[in-house]
Write a protein that binds this ligand. Structure first.
Ligand SMILES: [Zn+2]
Ligand SMILES: [Zn+2]
Length: 388
């Protein structure tokens, strides 16, 4: 970064190089390491030195299929695009006019900085910004979704709008801080979009990172009972530690029957669907109660057949969720900072940034029962960091 850029403030304590290491996407499943210029923060932006970045199932989707990334108006292949979006780090430079943060503060980030001017952004639904991806060439609306529509976090520095930053307390490790945005997504589905209040029943289908943290968030919000449904006993056990009152392995038990029994035959107030399969979506429609809500938090690959008559007859509300709107990450951080649920349970592996392909393999193939795999930029290069 050119430190003589007008209005940009840096500190001698954190010297910023001109170039940085960055992974970029060639064709499908082709990632290679190169160097790029360190980007420069604009108005209302800071430069974040990335210290840790978690791998999300959506990163694996983007690297393989391109979608749901939308870079310069299309798929992100062969565009020098850097994926990665669940990162945290240290404020390294301040854009013009920024006095909300200081250089040296630890922050974790939300993914989406909406345009701030469309109808959805004005409602706080900036992850559904109507100018999504309009941030290049002569259609620059100021929208950013790092790792989706703008360069992301598999590198050493990135710029973030200050509205995407959440301060990290000293007591929280870098690894745990990368999970705030995932917990924030669960929070957004349950509270801001869902309207959950204490005492309501919640079922989570699919114990991936969002589902596991949804169980923790639901319990912390006072939901009762919280039921977690899945197929792997190891993950269900982690869900129990995070706060699920009851876990159901569908290989051994009928999840709909268990939920009906726990709710005096009525069904659950909320079902959070995090599996993305036709069977799971129909399980959700069969176990939600009359007037209840189904939050769809996974991306199915193909169109699915759903029992719509059941939804209509029972006045069921069905809503998709994309990301972490209405600053839900701040509320997730409040819970995590107080250890209302222990998000550290979903972090299983750490690697160095130089070993990103190996880290991705662990996440994709669930090597050693990997759940959340975190990549760190600092420490000895090429040395695999010990799994916790
Ligand atoms: Zn993600
Ligand atoms: Zn917008």
């Amino acid at each position: 970064m050119s430190t003589s850029s007008p209005g940009v403030r840096t500190s001698p304590e954190m010297p910023i190089p001109e170039r940085m290491k960055a992974w970029v996407l060639g064709g499908p499943d082709e990632l290679f390491q190169t160097t790029k210029p360190v980007p420069m923060p604009g108005r209302a932006e800071v430069l974040v030195r990335i210290d840790a970045v978690a791998i999300c199932a959506t990163d694996l989707e983007i690297i393989h299929y391109g979608s749901p990334a939308k870079f310069q108006g299309g798929l992100p292949f062969h565009k020098n695009f850097t994926p990665g979006h669940e990162y945290m780090g240290t404020v390294a430079a301040l854009g013009p006019g920024v006095d909300e943060y200081r250089i040296g503060e630890r922050v974790t980030v939300e993914i989406h900085a909406g345009c701030g001017q469309c109808k959805r952004c004005r409602q706080g639904m900036y992850t559904a910004c109507l100018n999504y991806g309009q941030n290049y060439g002569d259609v620059d609306k100021g929208h950013r979704a790092n790792g989706f529509t703008t360069d992301g976090g598999f590198c050493e520095y990135q710029v973030n709008n200050i509205n995407t930053l959440v301060r990290v307390p000293d007591s929280m490790t870098d690894e745990e801080a990368t999970l705030v945005v995932t917990a924030g997504t669960s929070m957004y589905g349950l509270t801001e979009l869902g309207g959950l209040v204490a005492g309501e029943s919640v079922v989570v289908i699919g114990p991936g990172p969002i589902g596991l943290l949804a169980a923790g968030v639901a319990k912390a919000l006072g939901a009762t009972p919280v039921v977690l449904v899945g197929t792997r006993d190891g993950r269900l056990e982690i869900g129990r530690k995070l706060g699920a009152d009851r876990v159901v392995n569908v290989k051994n038990e009928d999840a709909v029957a268990v939920v009906k029994e726990l709710t005096r035959g009525l069904g659950a107030d909320y079902v959070i669907e995090c599996a993305g399969t036709q069977d799971a979506i129909n399980m959700a429609t069969a176990m939600v109660n009359r007037g209840g809500k189904i939050c769809l938090a996974a991306f199915p690959h193909d169109p699915v057949t759903v029992d719509l008559p059941q939804i209509v007859r029972n006045n069921v509300y069905l809503y998709g969720i994309r990301g972490e709107g209405r600053s839900a990450t701040h509320r997730a951080m409040a819970f995590m900072a107080e250890r209302r649920f222990d998000a550290r349970l979903v972090h299983t592996h750490s690697f160095h940034l130089d070993d990103l392909p190996e880290a991705l393999r662990h996440a994709r193939d669930r090597v050693d029962d990997a759940i959340k795999v975190v990549v760190k930029t600092r420490g000895a290069a090429a040395q695999r960091l010990a799994a916790e």
